[in-house]
Design a protein around this ligand. Structure first.
Ligand code: GRF
Length: 217
């Protein structure tokens, strides 16, 4: 199957973008990154993209009258780049329902929690406050509600007794970097399809066994 053309939208550091860049270096990977777009001119992720020789664009939301105008500009760039799929990777803008509808089941997001728990900001602090024993991350198809939509794949990590929001975030981030390339692979090959607002993964191995935290003595 031909490589799917992927655009990545970022706002900052771009470590998930980097994980996608690294995955796509493998000629056997089913997606190629055709454009990296940032709404923040100073996003460090732009430098990662340039180093990898990728096309970059800045669409600064401050230059637009409202969300609809910003989203229209974004949409035009994505269409011009010939994107088949869009990956949100630390993209910190809410998107309008019209824009989201135009990329239905073709736009992915990564969120650092086991959705539907802890959507939005400060996820790690809220997970710690709730006393959960597992945290993790989710890649899902985007719907208009923030951090909502059919789940493609999740990774779970244990919460440890002396975790801070930062130490937990670092553990989850490592998992994100493994999860996003895998989830994008599933979407790009057409193995992940949305059926009745849930994702069916064709030919998926079966995960087995319970993880218990704290582990039994
Ligand atoms: C990640 O934790 C991602 O899940 C969240 O924002 C963070 C972005 O980090 N949506 P990076 O820019 O990919 O390094």
């Amino acid at each position: 199957m031909a490589h799917r053309r992927v655009a990545v939208l970022i706002s900052g550091r771009g470590s998930n973008l980097q994980a996608l860049i690294d995955a796509a270096l493998d000629p056997g990977y089913p997606a190629e990154i055709v454009n990296v777009i940032s709404n923040e001119p100073a996003a460090a992720g732009l430098e990662r993209a340039r180093k990898a020789g990728l096309a970059t664009e800045i669409v600064n939301h401050r230059n637009f009258a409202d969300r609809a105008a910003f989203d229209a500009a974004l949409d035009a760039r994505l269409r011009a780049a010939g994107a088949d799929l869009v990956c949100l990777a630390g993209f910190m803008r809410l998107l309008t329902p019209g824009f989201v509808a135009g990329w239905r089941d073709r736009m992915l997001n990564i969120h650092p929690s086991l959705l539907p728990a802890f959507p939005g900001l400060d996820t790690h602090a809220r997970a710690l406050a709730a006393g959960v024993r597992f945290a993790g991350c989710t890649v899902h198809f985007v719907r208009p509600t923030m951090d909502d939509g059919p789940i493609i794949a999740q990774a779970a990590v244990p919460v440890l007794p002396h975790d801070t929001a930062d130490s937990l975030a670092a553990r989850v981030l490592e998992a994100e970097h493994r999860l996003y390339p895998w989830a994008l692979r599933l979407a790009a090959t057409g193995r992940a399809t949305v059926v009745g607002e849930r994702v069916v993964v064709d030919g998926a191995k079966v995960a087995a066994g319970a993880l218990i935290n704290p582990p039994p003595d």
